[in-house]
Design a protein around this ligand. Sequence first.
Ligand code: NZQ
Ligand code: ZN
Length: 394
Amino acid sequence: MFGFTYFAPTKVVFGKDTEKQAGALVRACGGSRVLVHYGGSSALKSGLIGRVVKSLDEAGIFHVELGGVVPNPHLGKVREGIELAKQNDIDFLLAVGGGSVIDSAKAIAYALADPDHDVWELFQGKRSAVGCFPVASILTIAAAGSEMSNSCVITNELTGEKRAYNDDLARPRFAVMNPDLTKTLPDYQTESGCADIMMHTMERYFTQGGNMELTDEIAEAVLRTVMKYAKILHADPQNYEARAEVMWASSLAHNDLTGCGNDGGDFATHMLEHEMGGMFDVTHGAGLAAIWPSWARYVYKECMPRFVRYAIKVMGVKDEGQGDEQIALEGIAKMEEFYRSIGMPTNMRELGITPTEEQILEMARSCREACGGKQGSAKVLYEEDMANIYRMAL
Ligand code: NZQ
Ligand code: ZN
């Protein structure tokens, strides 16, 4: 096992009607002038923004609102938020939404702490953050895990680059999680969220060693639980217990709990998907489902013990003497079956995109650039490997 630092400072407030505590929670964190950030129309339509604003008013907290964050959130909206926050002397960012809104809030928060530099430079890898204003969220979709993560993913809509910046400075102060709030999600978003949650766990699972038994067992429990409840939600989207299980899994899958003791994880599937998101604006979790089977078949021979364990302990493959390679391949095939069972794609055609050879080469080039040359633990991937995996996933 490798040594590790586990830092999960986010206060989680979980359960029905918890959004009513927003004002008191912001106050307890020292916030007095809040930018309430949200997405398209879902949080307005459901009345959630109204309830949050009421709670802030009751706590005597000044607030301004900025909506319009799109999935794969845009740098332009971040810049709009920075200006609005400066004009209003904002000292706290409250994201009401999913990963896109939370990440947009995190980017604004970085910029406010360092007004003399362009925030995009963080995402270009040109410098590190010197600070970050406090961010918190009221979560409306179980998926990205940004509510507890140190990650922030922004798309520069002018260049098509989707880039991540990771720093513990941005870990949110609190996360309000009311599973009822996710009942209005379109099925596709619920299912894409489940695919993303699983992938955050799998990125930390398929490594070249160092994993602790306890970490592996936690990871396997997260994966089995998400699969079980994703299927229930596919048939019964209003099921509160299932919503709750999946929501808690979204946070545990990406707050680094399932990475303790490993070598830092693989994350190649995520890097490959970010290029698909930047070029084709696909839904993140669905994009991951579309690329993972090809990634898995490309790398499994170099990470056989993990693929065999995964097949047996997560996908329920029986060891009947068929040999490791066959077990690993059966595990991958069963994962595809699961994706299909919840309406997720298993390749790019099913995802609805058909990149040309030129686009594949551009995604591979850009992915290599974003990774700093190479990516992966299960198997280290270079630009040529990235292009090969995109081709396999067509
Ligand atoms: O904009 P609205 O109208 O709110 O609609 C959203 C959006 O269309 C809708 N939605 C959210 N909650 C809803 C709802 N619709 C009805 N009822 C509700 N309760 O869902 C759509 C997707 O929202 P989004 O915030 O984009 O979803 P998600 O949480 O999956 O976030 C995806 C983004 O997070 C990034 C992804 O790359 C992508 O940009 N990620 C961020 C990570 C992080 N910061 O740690 C890690 C992830 O790996 C991921 O890369
Ligand atoms: Zn993800």
